[in-house]
Design a protein around this ligand. Structure first.
Ligand code: SF4
Ligand code: SF4
Length: 91
């Protein structure tokens, strides 16, 4: 699923990244890949701005505006008319 907000606010500072892979582990939508010990944003359009990567990055290499990710996804589904099964796909 791609989201309206589509990770617009997601910023990754590769200079700070230590390649630990934590962002890849915690992201519910496989936005990151770690290549040659550096994280890369491989699927920006999948980001629903939940903030899990930012909270779990030990290097402070990630910035993202949060607080609307799940709600925006569900509201978007409802506006499209498929709100009966609306989900942010977190789980
Ligand atoms: S969690 Fe942070 S330091 Fe670890 S790979 Fe991801 S961006 Fe790099
Ligand atoms: S904000 Fe959430 S969905 Fe977006 S990249 Fe980070 S963990 Fe993944």
């Amino acid at each position: 699923m791609q989201y309206l907000l589509s990770g617009d606010s997601l910023v990754l500072d590769q200079a700070l990244c230590n390649g630990c892979g934590r962002c890849e582990e915690v992201c519910p939508h496989a936005v990151y890949s770690v290549v040659n010990r550096k994280a890369v944003v491989a699927n920006r359009g999948n980001c629903m701005q939940c903030g899990a990567c930012r909270m779990n990055c030990p290097a402070g290499a990630i910035a993202v505006s949060t607080g609307v990710g799940c709600a925006a996804a569900i509201i978007g589904a409802m506006r499209r008319g498929d709100g009966g099964g609306a989900s942010c796909d977190c789980a």
